[in-house]
Design a protein around this ligand. Sequence first.
Ligand code: DX5
Ligand code: ZN
Length: 222
Amino acid sequence: MAIQIAPSILAADFLELGKQIKDVSKTADIIHFDIMDGSFVPNISFGFPVLDAVKKIATLPVDAHLMIVHPEKYFERCAASGVNMLSFHLEAALADGNDPAVFLDRIRSLGMKAGLAFNPDFPIEKVFPYLDNADYVLAMSVFAGFGGQHIEDSVYDRVKSLKKEIVERKLKCLVEIDGGVTRDNIAAIAAAGVDIVVAGSAVFKADDCAAEVQVLREFALG
Ligand code: DX5
Ligand code: ZN
């Protein structure tokens, strides 16, 4: 299947957010929505009032990425907003002694696709036990918290390990990567087997964000 592109609105012009979402929706596959709490990550982005507003105009599935402590407190709230795909950080769940598989099942039971996110330094084999319960994994290709960072080169091998495990176990889990995606690295990302790429700066810092999504799609073909 061709790679799917999920523009991250963290890099959008917030004074033009509605217009930019409509523009990018002409060519993109998914809208990526980063929720940060200033605690799990050292930055604060936006929360539920903005999410509700985005959902009202979104014609594409909305993929919410929770970079927060105690993510389970907000699963119902995200479902009420109409979120289609919801990921939380494995590190946040484990820090509280929670079972990430239970969280994934709860997200699914609320009618959303369940995603498991983790930072570039999280041991990849420790993700494997949860692949049956996840609709997708969100392998961070930068450390969560900020847009506009450089991709971590370790992500290519990490994606290959994930894909190998998923194929061997005949699972349906998709692999999404997030952070530092550009025209220059998207072909290597696609070749590693990534199903969904999140791209913030690459899309929204371009003059024409809708056209840039198509450029990225072409570059992904190599
Ligand atoms: C980082 C966020 C990313 C970010 C990607 O913590 O999760 O989704 O918006 O932005 P770029 O593509 O600019 O690295
Ligand atoms: Zn994100």
